[in-house]
Write a protein that binds this ligand. Structure first.
Ligand SMILES: Cc1cc2nc3c(=O)[nH]c(=O)nc-3n(C[C@H](O)[C@H](O)[C@H](O)COP(=O)(O)OP(=O)(O)OC[C@H]3O[C@@H](n4cnc5c(N)ncnc54)[C@H](O)[C@@H]3O)c2cc1C
Length: 412
């Protein structure tokens, strides 16, 4: 979207293809999953963003194949020709090849998946309230978040807050002492990409909130009831939320030698794909490998946005026959929140934690949302949640079937 916007007055026609007709603001998915905010407020219709851009068009289409030989993409609405192709298909959840974990755990990469988690949490608490089987009751009330990056930390913090503030208000028959939140991280520290201070403070915030943290261990298996960890520990749980990593989401057709670590497309410093003059990759799906960035840039929104804007300028240069300029990333810092009044911030050389980090986190996220209405809705939801210590979005509008792992919509 940032690339398409930047091409507004350029002498090109822009066609954006996406399987969804909306943009998702992924940083707040965890709040949808926990029922703090409504799902629609983190999505925004793509067409609406570009109403005033004459050289832009959009099709809701799933790209199934890239045909580099004919300069076409095969989609569910037919084949489409391109002069220049920009692959910005993002990433998807990485289960590291474990199909059993992929089947039984809950990923959170898009709005439908966040809504699945919301349904699962509420359904399981409803069942815990009525079951007479104590083993089952504790499994229904045990939550294991796998992955101690920003997503896992924020999710675990939100669950701990729900346990503390909401559980006993909404479910009079359930005790917060029976609800457990565990956070499992493979590395020896949480928030590995943050400063040591931020990482330690996040751990302290979570521990104070009652989250049991396991570091330097890996999940071996999960069969829908027992989660086994490689230190021998077994958790009996019906709720495994998977935030342990992502891998590039690449449509078929790109040659194997253009794909690198993390299933990302290997690009040069102008995001051009090796071996192709008219194919580019940006954002989470791209890996610009240089001496300075041996693992590519991090999979975060500022990289994707900046690469989109930069590539737009380079495409105009290419169209005009001018020399291109290598991409330069400006790292504006990192933020993560761990519940009410608590967050950690690394902004350049500034590292701070607590209330001001939390305020900054709130402002940055509101400002980054697409659409004035969404900004207003989120602000009001947060204000209401803050003062009432509860929220109104804990609805099961689509039942999550724990056997089939599919959503069921009952129109009765
Ligand atoms: C839970 C979560 C929390 C996050 N929190 C933060 C945060 O706090 N800060 C931060 O900076 N970053 C965060 N990120 C990462 C950030 O969201 C991504 O880095 C960013 O969205 C990448 O942008 P992108 O354009 O590369 O991909 P995306 O935003 O994922 O967009 C890819 C688009 O491609 C479409 N698509 C994919 N395949 C196809 C296909 N075959 N055909 C048609 N369309 C297709 C998808 O529908 C999607 O709309 C978070 C991510 C997640 C999942």
């Amino acid at each position: 979207m940032s690339l398409a916007k930047k091409l507004k007055n350029a002498p090109v026609d822009v066609l954006l293809l996406d399987r969804h007709n909306y943009h998702t603001f992924q940083p707040l998915l965890y709040q949808v999953a926990i029922g703090s905010i409504e799902a629609d407020s983190i999505g925004f219709p793509i067409r609406r963003i570009f109403t005033r851009q004459d050289n832009f068009s959009f099709n809701m289409a799933d790209v199934q194949q890239i045909n580099t030989g004919t300069n076409t993409v095969t989609t569910n609405i037919g084949d489409i020709h391109y002069d220049y192709l920009v692959i910005a298909t993002g990433s998807n959840t990485n289960f590291f090849g474990n199909e059993q974990i992929a089947h039984f755990s809950m990923p959170m990469k898009n709005i439908p998946e966040a809504l699945n988690i919301r349904s699962l949490i509420i359904q399981n608490l409803e069942t815990a309230l009525v079951t007479r089987d104590m083993k089952e009751k504790f499994a229904l009330m045990t939550f294991v978040v796998v992955g101690g990056g920003p997503t896992g930390v924020e999710l675990a913090g939100a669950l701990a807050e729900m346990r503390h503030l909401v559980l006993m208000k909404d479910y009079h028959g359930l005790s917060k002492y029976d609800m457990r939140v565990h956070l499992v991280e493979g590395k020896t520290k949480l928030l590995a990409s943050f400063s040591a201070g931020a990482s330690e403070k996040a751990e302290q915030f979570l521990t104070d909130a009652g989250v049991n943290i396991l570091k330097g261990v890996h999940v071996e298996s999960y069969d829908g009831f027992e989660l086994k960890i490689d230190n021998g520990k077994i958790f009996k749980t019906r709720n495994v939320l998977w935030a342990a990593g992502v891998k590039g989401e690449i449509p078929e057709g790109m040659p194997a030698d253009s794909i690198t670590k993390g299933n990302r497309i290997y690009t040069d410093t102008i995001n051009q794909v090796k071996g192709y003059e008219n194919i580019f990759a940006i954002g989470d799906v791209a890996a610009t490998i240089t001496d300075e960035t041996p693992n590519g840039y991090p999979g975060v929104a500022p990289v994707a946005i900046q690469q989109g804007e930069w590539l737009a300028k380079n495409i105009v240069r290419l169209v005009k026959g001018e020399a291109t300029e290598p991409f330069k990333y400006t790292d504006k810092g990192s933020l993560a929140t761990i519940g009410r009044n608590k967050a950690v911030a690394d902004i350049g050389r500034l590292h701070f934690q607590g209330f001001f980090a939390w305020l900054l986190w709130g402002v940055v996220h509101i400002m980054s949302l697409a659409g004035f209405t969404n900004k207003g809705i989120i602000f009001l939801s947060w204000a209401m949640n803050y003062f009432t210590k509860n929220s109104d979005n804990r609805l099961v509008v689509r039942h999550f079937n724990t056997e089939t792992r599919l959503t069921e919509v009952d129109c009765k």
